[in-house]
Design a protein around this ligand. Structure first.
Ligand code: NAD
Length: 502
């Protein structure tokens, strides 16, 4: 067991970045704790209304000039930002492991995905082009131009502290808007580092602002008349009842990506080894704290008689439990570790509450993650090992609610249609995947299932930066999605010009 060098050596003081200045907040400071070893690694401010107002003002004042800056000049700043992120790739990844708990490989994947969004946004001169048609009537031409709106607010969740804000920020800035970004106060260090790199990349003062904190900052954004739109990623109650609701009342554009409960179907003809391997990363990667995590495994017995179906369920369940029991849990800066801790003690206790509920509701506990086995000698405070329940029925709490932890529920679905009905009974619609070699069935699955991100023999359906990050039902509120071309449309408004010359 070798622990990689930790890039954070002493307790960092997280600051706000407003109008090109690093400023101390007047708000209360709270601890950021490394969940693996329980050490305080930073203090983050809970900023005040005055501070969020100052950031919005700075962004509004920077907008006219940034908007007039030619797209290629804006892109040069982003290309430089991408280069700087590459130069700091390993440091940025290790910071994520320290502030969040995920394994270093997961952090490196997150860093890569974040940088890819910067790279895709660098295509803005082409992505932002309008279109035209001459002679819509004799001698009259008509065309559409896309223009930035002004200031956007970006609010991040704790589970992907580096990547998620980058689903939006590079596109907002590339299209000529200015941003005020609020990371999760639980792991704000990555975003402080990104803002430092944005400054070094030459993004002008006021274009990229960072304000740390919680509800006060979010309310300040929602209430502010100069904020034209909000990009939010977080839990469903906040996305729907706070963000979407308030943006509707105030006429702001909104992307609100929310909670999930994802289903993976395994069909009798699926490749067992590959399916189980994909399930392990899907259910237990990021310690289950991923909106695309597998949560319910549906074993489907289409085409099997009862005896064959029972044997198939047993085979899949045993292979799943066996693989889950071998996952190496520990500090993510140990490269041999496959699963890190939960983000904090409260999140762990919440997951334990679901495990207890599963037992109360008579699901069969096949692997008990409360019996913690660690690689290395770390405090158990935030750790759980993988948990597996079998004989779960769709009406049980563990099958219905978002657990957001390393707990897998195995559910029997005798027929393909039963599986679709079970998925559709869920209020969520973020992701679903099918494991099969039957192309017709896979096509039927993709055609019918009401989820935004669909996998065929893929366990984690994370769209690349040039595709939209979708979501349906209680997993998404809005029309346009983050990333790629849809993001460009979100951050611009179309203006139609009709002209003729006498
Ligand atoms: P959260 O809703 O608790 O917090 C998200 C953000 O909102 C944070 O910045 C937080 O400070 C702020 N916030 C929290 N409560 C608030 C309130 N009452 N009023 C105003 N602001 C508030 O979510 P989280 O725990 O940070 O993240 C996990 C959730 O995010 C899970 O439900 C997960 O499924 C979801 N998520 C969804 C996606 C997606 O693309 N659909 C991606 C990642 C995470």
């Amino acid at each position: 067991m070798a622990i990689l060098d930790e890039p954070i050596k002493e307790v960092l003081k997280v600051k706000n970045y407003i109008n090109g200045e690093w400023v101390d907040s007047k708000g209360k400071m709270v601890d950021v704790v490394n969940p693996a070893n329980c050490k305080v690694i930073a203090k983050v401010p809970i900023s005040t209304t005055d501070e969020i107002n100052a950031a919005v003002k700075a962004a509004g004042e920077a907008f006219p000039e940034w908007r007039r800056t030619p797209p290629l000049a804006r892109v040069r700043c982003l290309l430089r930002l991408g280069e700087l992120m590459e130069e700091h790739f390993e440091e940025l990844s290790r910071i994520q492991t320290m502030e969040h708990g995920k394994t270093i490989d997961e952090s490196r994947g997150e860093t890569r995905r974040g940088i890819e969004n910067v790279e895709v946004a660098a295509g803005i001169p082409s992505l932002m082009m309008g279109y035209n048609l001459e002679d819509i009537a004799a001698g009259i031409d008509e065309y559409v131009i896309r223009q930035p709106l002004g200031v956007f607010g970006i609010i991040g969740p704790y589970n992907f502290p580096f990547m998620v804000p980058l689903w939006f920020a590079p596109y907002a800035v590339a299209t000529g808007n200015c941003i005020v970004l609020k990371p999760s106060s639980e792991d704000p260090i990555s975003q402080m580092k990104i803002a430092e790199l944005a400054e070094e990349a030459g993004i002008p003062a006021g274009v990229w602002n960072l304000v740390n904190g919680g509800r006060t900052v979010v309310s300040g954004m929602l209430d502010h008349p100069d904020i034209k739109g909000i990009c939010f990623v977080g839990s469903t109650p906040v996305a729907r009842d706070v963000i979407y609701n308030k943006c509707g009342q105030t006429g702001k554009r909104v992307i609100a990506q929310a909670g999930a409960k994802n289903f993976l179907l395994v069909m009798p003809d699926a490749n067992l080894q590959n399916t189980i391997a994909a399930c392990m990363t899907s259910f237990y990667g990021n310690a289950g704290q991923r909106c695309l995590s597998g949560a319910n495994l549906l074993i489907v017995g289409e085409g099997l008689d009862d005896r064959e179906y029972e044997a198939f369920c047993k085979k899949i369940t045993n292979a799943f439990v066996d693989a889950a029991s071998k996952i190496r849990v520990g500090y993510g800066l140990d490269e041999s570790v496959q699963m890190g801790p939960l983000r904090d003690k409260e999140k762990k206790e919440r997951v334990v509450g679901f495990i207890n509920k599963g037992i109360d509701e008579k699901a069969k506990l096949r692997l008990d993650g409360r019996k913690i086995k660690l690689v290395g000698n770390w405090p158990h405070a935030c750790f759980l090992s993988p948990t597996v329940f079998e004989d779960v029925t769709p009406d049980m709490t563990i099958a219905k609610e978002e657990i957001f932890g390393p707990v897998g529920s195995i559910i029997k679905a005798r027929k393909f249609d039963d599986a679709i009905d079970i998925i559709h009974a869920s209020p969520f619609g973020n992701a679903a995947a099918i494991f099969t070699n039957n192309g017709k069935l896979a096509r039927e699955f993709q055609y019918r299932v009401q989820c935004g991100n669909i996998g065929v023999n893929i366990g984690i359906v994370a769209p690349m930066a040039f595709f939209p990050f979708s979501g349906m039902k209680d997993s998404f509120f809005g029309i346009l999605h983050g990333q790629g071309q849809e993001s460009v449309r979100f951050f611009t408004e179309s203006k139609v010009v009709i002209q003729r010359w006498f």
